[in-house]
Design a protein around this ligand. Structure first.
Ligand SMILES: Cc1cc2nc3c(=O)[nH]c(=O)nc-3n(C[C@H](O)[C@H](O)[C@H](O)COP(=O)(O)OP(=O)(O)OC[C@H]3O[C@@H](n4cnc5c(N)ncnc54)[C@H](O)[C@@H]3O)c2cc1C
Length: 487
């Protein structure tokens, strides 16, 4: 097949990468993206500017990909970012952590014959460029005309940050309440520095605060102040809950509480707190000891982050142990590739049956049973079952459990009338309105563990619905006109 556009190439412009050998001895970002405009432009020039931009269908937030790429082609990088920020205020984050291969890039038509346009790298490039030039961007026209209403956002992860951005743009006085020391949610304490540096999240938050948003950290809603108090004592007209899904699941086998067994959340959070303690004045939990051999159970993004972090903390051998196969692993393909390139070893079709203590009472090994794939279930996923008598023991110093998360229950328990599902997720209607009047929710606390861009999209949708709720309350005629356009 031939193509006549002179600038077109089927081959992508490759991003710069930190050498894996160097990466293991530093916490620096490994994927460095495009370093010059020439590189970004050459990649943008490969975009066919399709009449129907299928890439946007592949994005859970329907980012305006085709049009921001056109602006990159023209060298209008700030305009490209402003266009993206209309719907995605976390472009520099999603440009680093999205599963592009399954989302936007997976839908790019160029993929049929060559490399898809590297949409993630371009979004990261334009987002970073605009954040670097934030002082030159006048965001004042982005703040909507206010009517004095106050909105409290609970949680400063991607859903809470996005909600604050969209609500401030509607003119509300927004205050974010965050229980941790820092903002960013899982992007800060889960996704490691070498994937998404905190300085990037700092700038994204700085941008949001420039819309007049107030941020209060170290306050746990439900414990330090209740939802009812926010409404009745603090006078908030509406509340937006974005508390995520941060309760780690465990495999439920004997020995999980042995010293040396930890959840990926605790492990990654401590590693981050130690790393950032000095620069951000955080309490320092000290270095996390991992020993010589680490076993990571699970094969999602969290597991890959645990592998790569363990290697940086000095572990000599790190094994990913997963009950299905690599093709069925939930992690992003590039994350598995990074974990392998940095030295992670993979054992598939194994399930832990017990954690075994040594003479000192600490973890000494994990017993596994081998698994086999069987028939497909109703959802099309192959069932797995243990192979009788196939148990074996893998000796190790540390075991890290990365088998999923569900929402914490403390806020719901402290909030009478807030309906939650059996598994802990907050129940909302199609617009993100909870069972409590004027209380909306979005992100992982509603859906269970998903992704950053899903959290942004859900927050955008629920923020719009919250806006309609408040307009209707003040009997704003616009509310009636716009009511049909929510979404
Ligand atoms: C280790 C790891 C790696 C991941 N890697 C990726 C990836 O590569 N790409 C991707 O797209 N997604 C990834 N994810 C998933 C992604 O990070 C989440 O889907 C996303 O952060 C959800 O956003 P959220 O705002 O709903 O929740 P969160 O990010 O969990 O934010 C919730 C915030 O609310 C705060 N909070 C909780 N309770 C309260 C309370 N009662 N009062 C006040 N504040 C409270 C929390 O401290 C937190 O800051 C990863 C997740 C993990 C755990």
């Amino acid at each position: 097949m031939s193509f006549t556009m002179s600038r077109f190439s089927w081959v992508e412009v490759e991003a710069h990468q930190l050498e894996h050998a160097k990466a293991l001895h530093s916490w620096d970002e490994v994927n460095l993206g495009y370093l010059t405009y020439e590189e970004a432009k050459a990649e943008a020039d490969r975009c066919l500017q399709c009449g129907t931009p299928y890439c946007q269908d592949g994005c859970p937030n329907h980012n305006p990909i085709r049009d921001f790429i056109a602006l990159v082609q023209e060298g209008r990088l700030v305009d490209a970012a402003l266009l993206d920020w209309q719907v995605n205020p976390l472009a520099s984050c999603t440009g680093r952590v999205c599963a592009w291969e399954k989302q936007c890039e997976g839908y790019c038509v160029v993929r049929n014959e060559g490399d898809p346009i590297r949409i993630g790298l371009l979004e990261r490039y334009l987002g970073d460029y605009a954040l670097k030039h934030l002082d030159e961007i006048d965001l004042s026209s982005w703040v909507g005309e206010g009517h004095g209403e106050k909105v409290a956002v609970v949680g400063a992860g991607p859903a809470g940050m996005a909600a604050a951005w969209f609500l401030a743009r509607k003119g509300y006085q927004v205050t974010i309440y965050e229980s941790w020391y820092l903002y960013g949610g899982v992007m800060s304490y889960g996704i490691p520095e070498y994937v998404l540096p905190q300085r990037v999240i700092d700038l994204e938050m700085e941008k949001i605060l420039r819309l007049g948003v107030t941020l209060k950290t170290g306050i746990r809603v439900g414990k330090d102040i209740t939802i009812q108090e926010l409404k009745e004592k603090e006078g908030y007209d509406a509340i937006f809950i974005a508390t995520g899904a941060n309760q780690p699941a465990t495999p439920g086998v004997p020995g999980e509480d042995l010293p040396g067994v930890m959840t990926a959340k605790d492990f990654l959070m401590k590693a981050t707190e130690h790393l950032l303690a000095k620069d951000y004045s955080l309490p320092d939990p000290g270095p996390v000891p991992v020993g010589r051999r680490v076993v990571v159970i699970g094969a999602g993004d969290t597991a890959m982050d645990a592998v790569r972090t363990s290697l940086r903390l000095g572990a000599e051998e790190v094994y990913v142990c997963y009950r299905r196969t690599e093709e069925l692993a939930p992690s992003r393909t590039p994350e598995i590739a990074h974990a392998k390139a940095e030295g992670g070893r993979f054992i598939y079709l194994v399930n832990p049956t017990r954690f075994i203590p040594g003479p000192d009472g600490r973890l000494a090994g994990v017993e596994f049973v081998r698994m086999q794939l069987g028939e497909k279930d109703a959802s099309g996923r192959q069932k797995i079952s243990p192979i009788p008598g196939s148990q074996f023991v893998l000796e190790c110093d540390t075991a890290i459990l990365a088998v999923g998360y569900r929402p914490e229950t403390d806020l719901a328990e402290a909030t009478p009338g807030l309906e939650v599902a059996n598994w802990g997720g907050i129940v909302v209607d199609q617009d993100g309105h909870t069972s409590l009047e004027g209380v909306f929710a979005a992100g992982d606390c509603v859906t269970g563990a998903k992704t950053v861009i899903h959290a942004v999209h859900a927050a955008r949708h629920a923020a719009e619905a919250l806006h309609h709720y408040l307009m209707a309350k003040r009997q704003d005629p616009l509310a009636l006109l716009e009511a049909a356009t929510v979404g």
